[in-house]
Write a protein that binds this ligand. Structure first.
Ligand SMILES: [Zn+2]
Length: 476
């Protein structure tokens, strides 16, 4: 299914219906209701363009956005739609500085979204719905809010007569969520010159965190774990189910999975993880905070680190994790299974060789009947980017303009994975920040009824615009 809505005046008016901005935010950031309404209308058009790998295409989204940039005054030659296939297109927009004072800065987000089934959701995931102060739709958070806010930010700055003091490159890409034609990977390989930049700001994780309705922390992912998927398979001659054998593919696989469940990879803490854990103490319940303190004192304190296994976002910060995500086996109700397979997804700490993780799991399984095969990585393992002082400062200024000076800007390691891994591997310092303030306990990216707060989206419009100004020159 592919729904492409025209981006007409009517759509703008419908979506703009209740766009308002708290006066204090508007005063601090210089944002205005017209920009918010425009961003909201663009988000609606993007959500209603199906960009899933399975049933959609990024091409209509690239055309819709390219038209917006060209209408706003970008030369046709600086707005390119490129990609390896008709349905996996990427948009590349360049805003040339009149006299560049530094290497360009690159902003990026992805256009594709994870599949969503109508029957699983309370409403059609490919129709933007506003209800009870939230915007619902597949991609509202991941990652179409950022696509809308980068676009609206750039366009409103150009309209206002602002000019960058260094070139700006914007990449809006395909296949971040999966598929064989990852846009950033393709662009790095085929359009290397685009990446001759000073640094990358990747709007696909982290960013402003809401606690009790207030932004208190702004996370900047400078590193991320790398995902590796391993298929564990047991084969067996099988036979008639009336004559069970002592060796059984499903039993063998089940035993292997239980051993994997019980195994904990060692706690390994870099300076970055230590700082992130220390920061987590502030908002953690007392027992969790005590366990974190104990792990920081002694990473080998297994009582403390075992206690944190039940806090997934902290456990993922301590160690490499592996978890079964899919299972299949057998071929008939009355036959002994000839094959059983479990898919295990690992999230590996930066600097750890994925091969050593596979070898460790095989050692844990300790059964020569179980075969392991790692799939090709969907994102490459990448070393952490240095937290550059100048980038930290510009982020801090943009954050202060939107949410006040008391919000701490915290370098972090993501437990998830983004296309930032490709730009880090290409040697470019990469900083991943979402724009939309989000309560970490209401994180619905990839899930049912994905949603963001209306007020958060409205604030993110001004934040993106300010971030562009801070990163690409503060010339008024
Ligand atoms: Zn994403």
């Amino acid at each position: 299914m592919q729904i492409v809505r025209s981006f007409g005046l009517a759509a703008s008016i419908i979506a703009a219906g209740s766009a308002t901005l708290p006066a204090q935010v508007a005063a601090r950031t210089g944002s205005d209701s017209a920009s918010v309404a425009e961003a909201r209308a663009l988000l609606k058009a993007l959500v209603e363009t199906n960009t899933t790998h399975e049933h959609g295409s990024t091409a209509p989204a690239t055309r819709l956005l390219a038209d917006r940039f060209i209408q706003a005054g970008w030369p046709q030659a600086d707005v390119e739609i490129v990609g390896p296939s008709p349905t996996r297109q990427n948009l590349v927009v360049r805003w040339r500085a009149p006299s560049p004072s530094a290497k360009p800065v690159l902003f990026m987000s992805h256009l594709d979204v994870v599949e969503a089934k109508r029957e699983d959701w309370d409403s059609d995931p490919f129709v933007l719905r506003e209800k009870d102060g939230y915007l619902y739709g597949r991609g509202v958070l991941d990652d179409k809010a950022a696509v809308a806010t980068w676009t609206t930010g750039l366009i409103s700055l150009r309209r206002a007569g602002w000019r960058p003091s260094r070139d700006i490159v914007l990449l809006l890409t395909a296949d971040e969520e999966g598929g064989e034609q990852n846009g950033v990977e393709w662009l790095v390989r085929n359009r290397r010159a685009l990446f001759d930049v000073d640094f990358v700001i990747n709007a696909d994780a982290a960013g402003p965190e809401l606690h009790d309705g207030k932004v208190t922390l702004f996370a900047v992912d400078v590193a991320e774990k790398s995902p590796v998927t391993i298929d564990f398979t047991v084969t067996n001659p099988g036979g008639h189910s009336s004559l069970p054998r002592t060796d059984n593919a499903i039993y063998s696989l089940a035993h292997a999975l239980i051993r994997i469940e019980r195994y904990r990879f060692p706690v390994q803490l870099s300076e970055l993880q230590r700082a992130q854990l220390t920061s987590s103490i502030e908002t953690a319940p007392a027992d969790v905070a005590n366990a974190v303190r104990a792990v920081l004192r002694d990473p080998n304190d297994s009582v403390a680190s075992d206690a944190l296994v039940r806090v997934p976002h902290l456990n993922g910060m301590l160690r490499t994790t592996c978890v079964p995500t899919m299972l299949s086996g057998g071929h008939a109700v009355n036959a002994l299974p000839q094959r059983a397979t479990a898919t295990v997804n690992c999230r590996i700490l930066p600097g750890v060789d994925p091969q050593t993780v596979v070898a460790q799991l095989l050692q844990v399984v300790a059964d020569t009947a179980v075969h392991a095969e790692a799939r090709p990585p969907t994102k490459p393992p990448a070393a952490a980017s240095p937290m550059r002082e100048d980038v930290l400062k510009l982020l801090t200024r943009a954050v202060a303009a939107s949410w006040g000076t008391s919000v701490r800007v915290q370098p972090t390691m993501s437990r998830g994975a983004t296309d930032g891994s490709y730009t880090r591997v290409a040697g470019i310092p990469t900083y991943t920040v979402w724009h939309v303030p989000l309560d970490p306990t209401d994180m619905r990216a990839h899930g049912k009824d994905e949603r963001i707060l209306v007020t958060s989206f409205d604030e993110s419009v001004a934040f993106a615009r300010n971030l562009i100004r801070e990163a690409a020159g503060r010339t008024p």
